[in-house]
Design a protein. Structure first.
Length: 616
């Protein structure tokens, strides 16, 4: 592959929707190859099952038609059996046969007259007898007996006659078959009407080997046609009868009967079976069986029921076509759904990427619309949470930077050279001693120690013992200044003496106790500062018995401590000292630190408790 087509292919594939669609397509192709094999197997099985069903149906139709046609031939057999043993029939036919053996060359007029009279009487007797039988068997069109001299005794439903020349033109009589019940359709005996003619030889009761006449029975093909039409289940069927001797042939194609002889429909060599034959340019699937009933072994009449093979192929092909069409529809729908899903998924992922790109370009406030609860929605929700945290952190960083600059300004405003400060305080201390002013000397000496601890160590964190020492010095100074208006108590357990803490953590709390609790107290005040180890936590407490805080002030102080923001107004207000301590301890210990304020207006004072995990 040249470089340009590869580059074009890469650009096409690099679009997310096409990438997802291609991968989904590959995932579809693998199971679809298996599905094609399964469909092929199902198609073959369905086709075989359909062909088997058609053959079984054809076989059942053959059985049904066989019963009806056999019943028809059974009627003829029963009728002929009764006729051939009728005494009058035997007498008349035997007399005619005997007359034929010894004819009178020169009969007298009286003899001729007697013969004519006897023939007339016989005609009347036979017609009455045959009419009685024909009326009993209503499906018989005509019933005739022919003697050996060619005399025809006939009973018919219409104006219909059989003449000697008709007997000579009959193919059925010419064949002189040994078949017990030979038959043909549209024979000369029926004047080529749409009928089936069945013949049976009559043997003398006293001469069992001698044929003395024939019974000729004409039946309308309408009854046979009705049977064939009734069982033409598929609509494209042929029915017929064929005699093994080749004398009788009958084919019905759903429109008309035909008596033509077709070698393809000669089933004498086939026996009972199913086979395919070609007839009039059409391939037929034939169910062939021997006609049941009396003389079935001797007559060997075969009934055949055929179905157009094109119809069978059409029905089996429709199953295959339906399965293939269903598979094609499934594949098209699957591809459409895959393409739609890939487009929707890529669009949603594109929205996530767009949001990330905008956020990366510092377009603050960018958020991704979240719908549903799938992985993409989780990714968008996670991004939104992360963006909120980042914006919150940036806001805090900006606030801290502003606070840092504010602190730096304040430090610059109040920056004093430590050496100048120590020397000045030391001079004041000695001047107070020379002037016999011990209180001033003690205050200056305490203040100097306080500044040395704060300024000269150089470390941000100091031991609790040093912090408590600064608190003691601070309280001593204020006790002199306030003329012993309060007492104080400091307790620090040995287990926490060396625990590190930031400088000037307790001093602002003690200052609040003096300014807002003790100074407004009319009785002598008490300040208690303690440090101990309690359940793995270092507990620092600053408590007083002063006037306490109003509820509004207490709520404001608690909100200020809970807030993470610094404001210029907060630094100027009364809550600055506590907020300063809270912020410094949070920076040092994080989640390992907590502060609690308890107070009540009018007493019993205020208590501030600081808890720090000992391992924090």
């Amino acid at each position: 592959m040249t470089e340009r087509p590869r580059s074009l292919l890469n650009r096409w594939y690099n679009k997310m929707s096409r990438m997802i669609f291609t991968k989904l397509l590959l995932l579809l192709l693998i199971p679809n190859l298996l599905l094609v094999f399964v469909i092929q197997q199902l198609t073959d099985r369905q086709v075989e099952q359909k062909a088997s069903e058609i053959q079984d149906t054809l076989l059942g139709l053959g059985h049904a038609v066989n019963r009806e046609i056999s019943s028809l031939f059974g009627v003829v057999t029963t009728l002929s059996n009764q006729l051939i043993i009728e005494p009058e029939v035997q007498r008349i036919l035997t007399y005619s046969w005997r007359e034929g053996l010894a004819p009178n060359a020169n009969p007298s007029a009286d003899t001729e007259l007697r013969k004519l009279q006897m023939l007339y009487d016989n005609q009347a007797l036979m017609q009455s007898l045959l009419s009685r039988y024909r009326l009993v068997w209503s499906n018989i069109y005509s019933l005739a007996i022919v003697d050996t001299q060619g005399n025809v005794y006939l009973s018919t439903a219409q104006n219909y006659q059989i003449y000697p020349e008709d007997l000579g033109a009959s193919k059925l009589l010419k064949a002189d078959s040994d078949d017990p019940l030979p038959w043909s359709i549209n024979d000369a005996l029926t004047k080529n009407e749409n009928m089936i003619t069945i013949s049976r030889k009559i043997y003398g009761t006293t001469m069992p080997q001698q044929v003395i006449g024939r019974v000729i029975i004409n039946l309308s093909l309408r009854e046979i046609q009705d049977s064939f039409d009734t069982y033409n289940y598929f609509g494209k069927m042929v029915f017929g009868l064929s005699n093994a001797s080749g004398n009788g042939n009958m084919i019905y194609d759903g429109r008309r009967f035909s008596a033509e002889h077709d070698e393809a429909l000669s089933f004498a060599e086939f026996g009972e079976r199913q086979t395919d034959v070609s007839y009039h340019g059409t391939s037929w699937h034939m169910n062939v069986r021997q006609l049941e009933g009396p003389f079935s072994a001797d007559t060997r009449n075969y009934l055949f029921v055929g179905l157009d093979n094109a119809y069978i192929r059409e029905k089996t092909k429709s199953i295959s076509d339906n399965l293939i069409f269903g598979y094609a529809v499934f594949l098209i729908v699957a591809l459409g759904i895959s393409l739609f899903g890939a487009t929707v998924m890529s669009r949603r992922i594109g929205h996530v990427l767009k949001g990330m790109r905008q956020f990366g370009q510092e377009k603050w406030g960018t958020r991704i619309a979240v719908r549903g609860s799938d992985e993409i929605s989780i990714m968008g929700s996670t991004f939104n949470s992360m963006a909120s945290r980042i914006e919150h952190l940036l806001s805090n960083v900006a606030e801290e930077q502003n606070l840092k600059r504010l602190f730096e300004l304040r430090v610059l405003e109040y920056q004093i050279n430590p050496h100048f400060l120590y020397n000045t305080l030391d001079t004041i201390h000695w001047l107070a001693l020379d002037s016999n002013r011990p209180q001033i000397s003690r205050m200056v000496e305490g203040l100097s120690k306080l500044f040395r601890i704060i300024l000269s160590k150089g470390n941000e964190a100091i031991a609790l013992r040093e912090e408590f020492e600064m608190v003691r010095i601070y309280l001593d100074i204020h006790k002199i200044r306030l003329e012993d208006r309060f007492d104080y108590e400091i307790r620090l357990e040995p287990e926490v003496r060396e625990h590190k803490i930031g400088k000037l953590v307790l001093q602002p709390l003690v200052e609040n106790a003096l300014l807002h609790g003790i100074r407004r107290l009319r009785t002598k005040g008490m300040i208690m500062v303690s440090g101990k180890l309690d359940g793995g936590e270092v507990v620092l407490t600053v408590a007083d018995n002063g006037v306490g805080m109003p509820i509004e002030t207490l709520d404001k102080q608690r909100r200020l401590i809970d807030s993470d923001l610094w404001e210029e107004e907060a630094m100027k207000g009364s809550g600055y000292g506590m907020k300063n301590v809270d912020s410094r301890l949070k920076l040092m210990f994080g989640e390992a630190y907590s502060m609690r304020i308890e107070s009540g207006e009018g007493g019993p004072g205020t208590r501030v408790t600081i808890r720090i995990r000992a391992d924090g």
